[in-house]
Design a protein around this ligand. Structure first.
Ligand SMILES: [Zn+2]
Length: 299
């Protein structure tokens, strides 16, 4: 039996993505999660925090990300409801707390945690995210990835090849993308926010061009039937990822030009460079003004 601790040692401020309304939550409670079937053996667990991917089979449960710590019990219930055991392997797509918050609980529950080398580093050292005035102390040993990789790691599990590869300087400096080759499913991590301007963590090594490059890599792997699990937002297929990539390319071009003209972020915002994009992309976490302020240094 696995007993999950619920000790919220620190009150953490984080994106409350439940409503996608740009709400900042100061305390994360044990919110409900919902489960959606993607293929015969792959599920997505939704709810507050990043989208969890679950791959079930005879070799054990392979899980991608784990939301916030107080949600571990509900995640465990969701796993049981689809016939999955506690995760044998837990892959972190990056270090952010809405994707790694449950590491200690699932680590104590027996999961072997796997992540890019930089994720281990940031979890072990503690981290800060200036955009949300967030400080996270060093994580305990049981919450740290036992296995790290640099450019790529492959799992041969549950009858298929699961390729996990690093996409450099994208949402952060430690992003992993996961390709279930047999199932034709991609989990993008936070390089893809489906339907709204993405958070890009520039001070922690992210860049707009890196996110574009990562999206291009995913597009190259995808075909018309590929099911794409984004880091945040609803399930997607290739056309939505294409639209998102095109939006980012447009933004990068426009902001690069303003930057080349010597404009500071505030002056760039005054030019209203994203006006025509706002209705479609600006109703998620950030409106265009806020978003430009966050990403301008990463252009
Ligand atoms: Zn993130």
């Amino acid at each position: 039996m696995i007993v999950f601790s619920h000790g919220l040692k620190t009150k953490i401020g984080w994106l409350c993505l439940a409503s996608l309304g740009g709400v900042f939550s100061t305390t994360i409670f044990a919110q409900e999660v919902t489960t959606e079937q993607v293929t015969e053996s792959i599920y997505v667990i939704k709810g507050n925090g990043g989208n969890i991917g679950v791959f079930i089979g005879d070799d054990g449960t392979f899980m991608i990300d784990d939301k916030f710590s107080p949600m571990s019990d509900n995640i465990m219930k969701a796993l049981k409801s689809v016939g999955a055991d506690a995760p044998k392997y837990l892959l972190n797509t990056h270090f952010h707390g809405d994707h790694t918050g449950g590491n200690e609980n699932f680590g104590n529950g027996g999961a072997t945690i796997v992540a890019h080398y930089n994720v281990h580093q940031r979890l072990a050292d503690g981290s800060s995210i200036p955009a949300f005035a967030m400080e996270t102390p060093p994580a305990p040993d049981t919450a740290l990835p036992a296995i790290t990789f640099d450019s790529e790691i492959v799992f041969n599990i549950n009858g298929e090849r699961v390729r996990i590869f690093h996409v450099p300087s994208a949402h952060t400096d430690g992003d992993a993308m996961i390709h279930f080759e047999g199932s034709n499913v991609i989990h993008t991590g936070d390089v893809f926010f489906n339907g709204f301007y993405p958070f890009i963590d520039i001070p922690n090594g992210g860049s707009v061009q890196g996110v574009i490059d990562a999206a291009n890599l995913a597009l190259a792997l995808a075909n018309a039937d590929t099911k794409i699990i984004p880091g945040h937002g609803p399930m997607a297929s290739k056309p939505q990822l294409l639209e998102y990539r095109d939006m980012l390319v447009t933004v990068e071009e426009r902001l690069s030009k303003l930057k080349a003209d010597g404009k500071m972020a505030d002056q760039a915002i005054d030019e209203l460079p994203l006006m025509d994009l706002e209705e479609k992309w600006g109703n998620g976490i950030f409106n265009g003004d806020k978003w430009i302020g966050l990403i301008y240094d990463g252009i």
